[in-house]
Design a protein around this ligand. Structure first.
Ligand code: ARG
Length: 386
């Protein structure tokens, strides 16, 4: 049977390696894989999953997209949806295997993006970057009553490279070495050291994770999205001397730039991240799309890719979950557990962050977050007095 060599894709489908080519020359094995994807899709469609993938991947769209591939990296629909097909408890369930996937599979990505980022339509465009000044925002909790800590991060992809499912061990290492070359140029408060995950002492790794500095391995959503292959090759963390500025290398995105500290000084934390991003951008060309802004592996992180979060105690509001949910919606905030995504709140401490990252500038993201947290603290004080 004739098989177009370019059409042979190596991918991890539902936890195992296989070859898939979905084109008119498809072999029997490839046809089997397509059938398996269809069966998995049917299961998702019949399930009571609340994921955005289930909501927006209609049969019509599935059929339109199931044989498409991206021109440069040859990614297919299964690369985008395998995580969501595996985990019906996904909130979203969709990833872009390479930058072109956002265009080739736009019929699926666009409605998911519009839904997640609260109305960013397919004809909308991300505004030009505008970081503004963090010092415009006063400390949200000067008396230290509510906010345990504040964190701001953004993700970046390096131009010319695809995302996780298309990366090989050597490309992970190539990315890492490009990033390290830029990291050694950082100065002042951003100066620090890079620690590769390969060969890292287990106790040190555990300590960094416990201190919320380092990512945890074994995220099942990333795993079935093909984002944990060749682990820990090319992965690592850069930490500044004061331990309040970090850069993650090749976790979910090529680069994550993070700033965090105790207390509620959102403006200061934001400025440290923004200046670090600017300094890094002098040595690395980031992949930015005219319409979608900074490109990331997960569509939830497009645009500014900024996630600003606080670990916050709101005991009275936590006793009124319906009211808290209403307020979070009003202020476009997302509530997570204490130790990150898909975790529970420990000791009444919640992780609350901006939900929208796309369709507004960096400065507007921080403003929205600042107003929201301020609103929640006001509501907490009222609920306490009531
Ligand atoms: N795929 C996961 C889900 O749908 C995570 C989505 C957003 N989080 C992320 N780290 N990209 O629940």
């Amino acid at each position: 049977m004739l098989l177009h060599p370019q059409a042979r894709l190596k991918l991890r489908l539902l936890g195992r390696w296989t070859h898939l080519s979905i084109n008119r020359y498809a072999s029997n094995k490839d046809k089997e894989m397509l059938k398996e994807m269809e069966e998995r899709y049917k299961k998702l469609a019949a399930s009571n999953s609340k994921s955005l993938l289930k909501k927006h991947l209609t049969k019509k769209i599935f059929d339109n997209l199931k044989t498409k591939t991206t021109p440069k990296f040859n990614s297919s629909l299964i690369h985008c949806i395998s995580s969501g097909l595996c985990h019906h408890d996904s909130g979203v369930g969709l990833y872009a295997p390479d930058p072109e996937a956002y265009k080739v599979f736009a019929e699926l990505f666009d409605p998911v993006i519009q839904d997640y980022h609260k109305g960013f339509k397919k004809e909308d465009k991300q505004p030009a970057s505008c970081f503004g000044k963090g010092r415009d925002f006063e400390n949200l909790d000067p008396d230290g009553q509510f906010i345990v800590s504040t964190r701001v991060r953004c993700g970046r992809a390096i131009k010319g490279f695809p995302f996780n499912p298309c990366l090989r061990e050597n490309t992970y290492k190539e990315l890492e070495s490009k990033i390290c070359k830029a990291l050694i140029k950082l100065t002042g408060e951003h100066k620090g050291i890079y620690m590769p995950l390969t060969g890292m002492d287990q106790d040190l790794q555990k300590k960094l994770i416990d201190d919320h500095l380092l990512f945890k391995p074994g995220d099942r959503f990333l795993d079935s999205a093909g984002a944990t292959r060749f682990w820990p090759a090319g992965r690592g963390i850069f930490l500044n001397d004061a331990k309040n500025f970090m850069i993650w290398c090749n976790e979910e995105d090529h680069i994550r730039i993070i700033s965090m500290e105790k207390g509620g000084d959102l403006g200061r934390v934001y400025d440290r991240m923004a200046w670090g991003e600017e300094a890094l951008g002098k040595h690395i060309e980031f992949n930015r799309d005219e319409r979608l802004g900074f490109l990331t592996f997960c569509p939830t992180n497009l645009g500014t890719s900024i996630r600003a979060s606080v670990h916050i105690k709101l005991p009275s509001l936590m006793d009124q979950p319906e009211e808290l949910k209403k307020l979070a919606e009003k202020y476009r905030l997302q509530i997570r557990g204490t130790t990150g995504e898909h975790t529970e709140a420990v000791g009444g401490v919640h992780d609350i962050s901006n939900q929208r990252r796309l369709g507004l500038t960096e400065y507007e993201v921080i403003k929205e977050m600042h107003e929201g947290i301020k609103g929640l603290i006001e509501a907490e004080c009222k609920a306490k007095g009531a």
